[in-house]
Ligand binder design. Structure first.
Ligand code: G3H
Ligand code: ZN
Length: 283
């Protein structure tokens, strides 16, 4: 079966490393991620977003992840990434996910608290742990002014209240990271992160992990980040390799011959991320 989300995030928080959530997009991603985690003796979270689940098929995705968890000798978790509403949370639970994220960050604070609390009350009796989002983690394509950006960041006083009222297990607090390709250098608000850690005490999650300088990731982990999410970096190296192989071999038609090299690139990238997050040899 799947590993325990809470156990491993707490282990990370206590020992000063972050568990990697690597998002899955297809079979090759799962295979690459599991091989990397196994070779590095690292606990690993497979993140599945609504978009990825629609693409793969929820039941296919779960079956592949379960097979991966059974065959692996390291703990594997299957986590719903950015669950948009109760409906998706229920779908994930019914199909055997080990933990979920409810992302109600688009809603006003009161409504985010209410929906997140509802999800926690539903999940905890079933032994399923919950991550929620506070502040808004934007896309890198959103062109925000300084004031607009500030308005998206998580306020420590809100985080304190949010955690106290919802009893959520992990918090994705917006501290300036973004999803996708950064145009410039991402500016993480470390002071804010430290303050949020201080008032919440629970494992914090860094979304938009692709493209953040290594030193900044390490600093964030030292300040309470116990889980880091990665997707874009893997998509990028996978696709670049497929492109390269196809360009060099215009007559190639066997998908295994270009997907395989793409898969190898994901594996190498995941190994890098496991080293960066300090998750190597934790199992
Ligand atoms: O929830 C997913 C992550 O936050 C992925 O972000 O694609 O920028 O690495 P990324
Ligand atoms: Zn995210």
């Amino acid at each position: 079966g799947f590993g325990s989300f809470n156990y491993w995030l707490r282990d990370g928080l206590n020992k000063g490393y972050a568990v990697a959530q690597i998002n899955i997009n297809n079979l090759e991603f799962v295979q690459a991620i599991i091989e990397a985690a196994e070779e590095e003796r690292a606990p690993i979270i497979l993140g599945a977003s609504e978009g990825a689940l629609k693409y793969m098929g929820l039941d296919y995705a779960v079956a592949i992840a379960k097979t991966a968890a059974e065959r692996a000798s390291v703990p594997v978790m299957l986590h719903l990434d950015h669950g948009p509403n109760l409906d998706w949370v229920l779908k994930a639970i019914r199909n055997g996910f080990s933990s979920v994220m409810i992302d109600a960050s688009r809603l006003p604070l009161e409504e985010n608290i209410a929906l997140t609390k509802k999800v926690v009350d539903l999940c905890h009796p079933l032994g399923i742990e919950v991550e929620a989002e506070l502040g808004r983690i934007t896309g890198t394509d959103d062109d925000l002014t300084v004031d607009e950006r500030l308005a998206t960041l998580c306020r420590p006083e809100d985080a304190e209240r949010f955690v106290a009222e919802t009893h959520v297990d992990a918090l994705a607090a917006a501290i300036g990271s973004a999803h996708g390709h950064y145009k410039g250098k991402p500016e993480l608000d470390f002071e804010r992160l430290a303050a949020i850690r201080e008032v919440t005490g629970i494992p914090l999650v860094l979304h938009g992990g692709s493209g953040i300088p290594d030193e900044d990731v390490k600093k964030a982990i030292s300040l309470g980040i116990a889980k880091m999410n990665i997707n874009t970096d893997n998509q990028e190296v996978f696709t670049a390799k497929v492109r390269e192989v196809l360009a060099a071999n215009p007559k190639m038609y066997d998908p295994r011959k270009y997907l395989g090299p793409g898969r190898d690139e994901i594996k190498a990238m995941v190994k890098k991320k496991l080293a960066l997050t300090g998750s190597v040899n934790r199992v």
